[in-house]
Design a protein around this ligand. Structure first.
Ligand code: ZN
Length: 71
């Protein structure tokens, strides 16, 4: 299956997306994982730079399924 061209969802960023960030509001968690093939609500594609510099609201935790060095 060919991977479609996906770009970072950050405003004014045109880098290629390498990871998908999903907000789990019920658990106050931000889950960063490999680029997902389907688009889901509350999920955002991020480039390597923005995935590495990810910031979440206060009180939220971040679950990383990919290390920054692997991006
Ligand atoms: Zn970006």
């Amino acid at each position: 299956m060919p991977m479609s061209e996906r770009t970072c969802s950050k405003v004014a960023c045109t880098e290629q997306a390498v990871a998908t960030l999903t907000y789990v509001y019920a658990d106050s968690m931000a889950v960063l994982g490999p680029l997902s093939f389907r688009t889901e609500p509350h999920s955002y594609d991020l480039c390597a730079k923005h995935a590495e510099r990810l910031s979440v609201p206060q009180g939220w935790s971040v679950i990383r399924h990919v290390a920054a060095g692997e991006l």
